[in-house]
Design a protein around this ligand. Structure first.
Ligand SMILES: CC(C)(COP(=O)(O)OP(=O)(O)OC[C@H]1O[C@@H](n2cnc3c(N)ncnc32)[C@H](O)[C@@H]1OP(=O)(O)O)[C@@H](O)C(=O)NCCC(=O)NCCS
Length: 196
């Protein structure tokens, strides 16, 4: 299985190998130079929770990919990922997305957005398997400059179950002299609601 870990500049050769060939076709569209690999690592290292998150995807000590999330607004973030082409099909991207999403929700993000190129259905499978919902499509320029309809996804933070506002047969409440039930909010055990 994979773990997410911080990057260092020593990862530059591995990042250059990740960001090349088939892996960049639906991303930025060109093979990274060593300088571009270092610059990307530098940008990821400089992310803070106010701006985003970025990790290396590590499989048994092998850096096999990158995963990032950009904070678009205080409550929304956009996730993206890239895996080295010789590691595809092992579930690594799905596992990485599943590990990143709780980190974002814990940081106050309510909605995580993602998109993929229409000719890249594997990325859609990654998102669906990680619980994302397809919400439609939107036009973006791809790496060739062509404007195409990207498939859009989102994952929303689950609401905590809310305490019911109701009378319970187990409640200590009783009708008053006029026959009206008290309006005090109680949970299903008849206790005052907490934690809301
Ligand atoms: C898309 C990408 C991240 C997938 O990484 P991965 O580690 O191989 O992903 P996983 O193994 O976790 O899952 C791949 C899923 O896609 C499916 N898949 C693979 N090729 C497919 C294809 N041509 N058509 C449809 N589904 C495909 C796999 O069967 C699997 O789904 P399943 O588990 O339901 O069977 C990887 O191919 C990649 O880095 N591509 C280049 C960069 C990119 O496209 N990033 C996404 C843009 S944000």
């Amino acid at each position: 299985m994979v773990t997410l870990r911080p990057l260092t500049l020593d990862d530059a050769p591995a990042v250059q190998r990740i960001c090349c060939g088939a892996s960049v076709r639906y991303a930025h569209g060109y093979d990274f130079t060593p300088e571009q690999a270092r610059a990307t690592i530098g940008r990821i290292i400089n992310l803070t929770p106010a701006t985003g998150w970025g990790f290396g995807i590590d499989a048994a000590g092998d850096l096999v990919g990158l995963i990032k999330a950009r904070r678009r607004t205080p409550a929304t973030a956009a996730v993206s990922y890239i895996l080295r082409d010789d590691t595809w099909g092992n579930g690594y991207a799905t596992a990485a997305v599943r590990q990143l999403t709780p980190i974002l929700f814990a940081a106050g993000v309510n909605v995580i957005e993602a998109k993929h190129h229409p000719d890249n259905p594997a990325s859609g499978r990654v998102l669906a398997n990680a619980g994302f919902i397809r919400i439609g499509s939107a036009d973006f320029a791809d790496s060739t400059g062509a404007v195409v309809a990207y498939t859009m996804y989102e994952l929303r933070r689950r609401e905590r179950p809310r305490t019911a506002t109701c009378w319970s047969p187990h409640s200590a409440a009783t009708p008053d002299s006029s026959g009206s039930w008290p309006t005090t909010r109680t949970n299903r055990w008849g206790h005052p609601p907490t934690g809301e």
